[in-house]
Design a protein around this ligand. Structure first.
Ligand code: SAH
Ligand code: SF4
Ligand code: F3S
Length: 469
């Protein structure tokens, strides 16, 4: 980009406020939209009141997620009217999965929204803005033929705490069509970024201070990208290349589908010390009948075999999962199978949901929907078990010495906070000099959602060493 003429002052910064809902891919996309708009003179502001442009980056996964967007839009409409009455201007852009799924409805219901853009079009934001400023109501929700990543101006920045951790989207969309899920419709067909682009972005993030990178995709372990050597790589191979980046200490990836977990990827857990011993592996249900009706493409036994192979490769591996209760036709017996699977696996973390019928998905119109009270009763029972497992996993960390990446100050003075290999937040006494280091911390306090500890007396050992059991 040409630098401004020396006699011209740079344009005044314009306030941008982004609100983000949904998964990590949306968090990544919000960051990239900020990068794109920085090239147009925008900078992020903390509150909508200071913004000239507000972007709502939305999630459509469950009904409640979508409802939140409409209530937020109503609030922002009020702000826009006030601003206009005072002679000012506020532009509202609706991005993400609700925009993709309900763009036309929003255009009709909320005419005060200036721009509606789907998750695959945000590289075109500068042009959309110019059109909106000229008074056009912009809607761009097609899946464009070009790869947005090739056209994104601006460089990705690590946006996790302290700039030490970063997300990196390597794969978009989904071709699995689970019968409960909107993602194949909101994000489009599965697509993998080429290895060279991923590696370049990862090197850039590390150069800007990232020590940990989480690779993202709705089906991240289905990634298969064109490689610099002219072949096609799988995720295991990509991780070996990433592990060669100097200064990148921790690699994570999410979300994986059980049927795409291949031998190379399992071997990466065994062979690469940078790959953290923690894996999010959604199972959704423990009943073979429900799994088949969900179109999950694996059985309960296949999931259990996979867990055994992963644990054989990396004995200290901890697992997290997603579970849906109350899928249409789910009986008490099916639900008991889910509880039983949870007991058998033992999860360190989990996300569980009551089934929400989503427009356009296969299961939504089934006649045998489970009544709400039954769903909620099952959800409570499941969550009691899952939370107990989480508390138990944390309690079993007591007395262990874990490698902790220190990301910034803790809640209290004289305290720092960090993350274990298992993503547990940890507080410990210490000063800012620890920021960005990976240090051994002996765990002395365990709660359901966090740990406390102190620097271990043993000398610093690199992350590479397996955590002591
Ligand atoms: N790609 C990931 C999941 C994406 S959505 C995967 O394949 O596992 C995140 C989670 O939301 C899902 O794992 C599922 O547990 C939950 N979810 C998706 N659709 C849902 C629905 N209609 N009702 C309730 N939960 C849902
Ligand atoms: Fe949705 Fe299934 Fe694709 Fe995951 S694999 S995004 S749950 S359709
Ligand atoms: Fe939600 Fe879209 Fe992510 S529906 S979960 S924001 S892919």
């Amino acid at each position: 980009m040409p630098s401004p003429a020396p006699d011209k002052a740079p344009p005044a910064p314009r306030g941008l406020h982004v609100m983000t809902w949904g998964c990590q891919m949306n968090a990544y996309d919000s960051g990239r939209m900020v990068d794109v708009l920085a090239t147009q003179g925008f900078h992020e502001v903390a509150s909508p009141d200071q913004a000239e442009l507000i972007i709502l980056n939305t999630c459509h996964i469950r009904e409640r997620a979508t409802e939140k967007v409409f209530s937020e839009l109503g609030r922002l409409h009020g702000l826009k009217r006030q601003r206009q009455a005072a002679g000012g201007r506020l532009m509202i852009a609706l991005a993400g999965c609700v925009a993709q799924a309900e763009g036309e409805i929003i255009r009709a219901r909320a005419p005060y929204v200036d721009i509606v853009l789907g998750p695959q079009t945000y590289h075109r934001l500068p042009a959309m803005l110019r059109r909106a400023e000229a008074g056009e109501r912009v809607i761009e929700t097609e899946f464009p033929p070009e790869d947005k990543f090739d056209y994104l101006p601006g460089e990705a920045a690590p946006r996790g705490p302290g700039g030490l951790t970063a997300f990196l989207s390597i794969q978009e969309g989904c071709d699995k069509f689970c019968s409960f899920c909107v993602v194949p419709y909101t994000r489009g067909a599965e697509f993998s970024r080429p290895a060279a682009a991923v590696l370049a972005e990862a090197r850039g993030l590390v150069a800007r201070g990232a020590r940990e990178i989480t690779l993202l995709g709705q089906n991240v372990n289905a990634w298969h990208g064109a490689a610099p050597d002219g072949t096609s790589w799988n995720l295991g191979r990509l991780m070996r290349a990433l592990a060669g980046i100097d200064g990148l200490s921790r690699i994570r990836y999410t979300t994986s589908h059980p049927s795409d977990m291949d031998d190379d990827l399992i071997a990466a857990h065994r062979d690469l010390p940078q790959v953290m011993p923690y894996l999010h592996l959604p199972v959704q249900s423990g009943s073979d009948k429900v799994l088949a009706e969900m179109n999950r493409r694996h059985t309960r036994a296949a999931y259990m075999r996979l867990v055994a192979r992963l644990r054989a490769a990396r004995p200290d591996l901890a697992l997290s999962t997603d579970i849906i209760v109350g899928f249409p036709g789910e009986t008490d017996r099916d639900f008991a199978d889910t509880l039983d699977l949870v007991r058998e696996v033992g999860f360190a973390q989990s996300y569980s949901f009551a089934y929400s019928a989503r427009p356009g998905t296969g299961a939504a119109t089934r006649a045998d929907q489970v009544p709400d009270p039954v769903k909620h009763e099952r959800l409570q029972a499941l969550q009691a078990l899952l939370f107990a497992q989480q508390a138990d996993f944390n309690a079993r960390c007591l007395g262990r010495t874990l490698d902790v990446l220190i990301v910034g100050p803790g809640r209290r003075p004289g305290q720092m906070s960090g993350r274990t290999p298992y993503l547990q937040p940890v507080h410990l006494p210490g000063g800012p000099d620890l920021t960005g280091r990976i240090v051994p911390v002996t765990i002395e306090d365990a709660r359901t959602n966090s740990l406390g500890g102190r620097l271990a007396v043993r000398p610093h050992t690199p992350e590479q060493e397996p955590v002591s059991a």
